[in-house]
Write a protein that binds this ligand. Structure first.
Ligand SMILES: [Zn+2]
Length: 279
């Protein structure tokens, strides 16, 4: 998958005549469904937005945000995905080894031989626009207690990303929303998470903090508390949003947040935004 992405980047995305995709949006049931149709256009070239991004970005590897055409994402650590100590099926201890035909260490049960795979988690949420303001929640739980975030949380089995984003928004902000479009997908390989944030609007003007929020508040763009945000993903998403608003329209963004190994979870500034694409 990653190799496919690298090939896509190296062979097409930086060419002005490359194959582009233009979305068509269909609204039904309060949700926006977006299908992708190929189109040729030099006027919608994605560009490497981070070079133009707000000074609030503090990348630790500045070269990676200026020229990514030759960059390659770091390989995952060889021991990643081996935190499972006991078998979820029989309870016996696991051993960490590379199964036959695989190339990564896995947790293999020493009794029944079953393999427990660990894969990245999906976090979904909403950036809610209302009267030129955005809705943020102050966290009532760790990590990042007392810091501000967009309403977001882990996607559940059996739901779509949009359903999860709407559900999390209801749970954390007591807000009923209509999703307008995807906005950001941000991968954070170091911690095995992918964030998908949708643009949304309030169905009515009501919102109130849920059990995991101390407070919910609408912030004018100039008042967004960038110094008190909970996560790097929210810092990037809100910066991209502000930059888009300055240009007059929200784009759709993809990027990789590469946090420096050993970075404290509370340090949301120590990262580089790589492979940033927008349309
Ligand atoms: Zn077992």
């Amino acid at each position: 998958m990653l190799k496919a992405m690298q090939m896509l980047i190296s062979t097409s995305s930086f060419s002005s005549s490359s194959h582009r995709f233009r979305p068509s949006v269909h609204i039904y049931g309060g949700f926006s469904s977006i299908s992708l149709h190929p189109s040729h256009s030099s006027s919608v070239n994605p560009y490497f937005h981070a070079a133009h991004a707000s000074r609030r970005f503090t990348p630790f590897r500045s070269s990676s945000i200026r020229s990514q055409s030759n960059a390659t994402p770091p390989p995952p650590p060889s021991d990643r995905g081996c935190s499972i100590k006991f078998c979820q099926w029989c309870g016996a201890a696991t051993k960490h080894e590379i199964p036959y035909g695989d190339d990564k260490p896995r947790a293999v049960c020493t009794n029944c031989g079953k393999i427990a795979y660990q894969n990245p988690k999906m976090v979904v949420g909403c950036l809610i626009e209302h009267e030129n303001k955005v809705l943020l929640c102050k966290r009532k739980i760790e990590p990042s207690y007392g810091l501000w975030t967009l309403p977001a949380g882990y996607m559940e089995l059996g739901e779509s990303a949009i359903e999860g984003a709407v559900r999390e928004t209801w749970e954390e902000a007591g807000a009923k929303v209509e999703v307008l479009s995807p906005f950001t997908q941000l991968d954070i390989p170091l911690i095995g998470q992918t964030y998908i944030i949708f643009l949304a609007k309030l169905k009515d003007s009501h919102f109130s903090p849920g059990p995991e929020s101390l407070e919910c508040r609408l912030f004018a763009h100039a008042d967004i508390p960038f110094d008190s945000l909970a996560f790097s993903s929210m810092l990037v998403t809100l910066n991209l949003y502000i930059e888009d608003m300055k240009r007059g329209a929200a784009g759709i963004h993809y990027g990789i947040i590469n946090k420096r190994p050993g970075t404290s979870p509370s340090d949301i500034h120590d990262f580089s935004l790589d492979y940033h694409w927008m349309r």
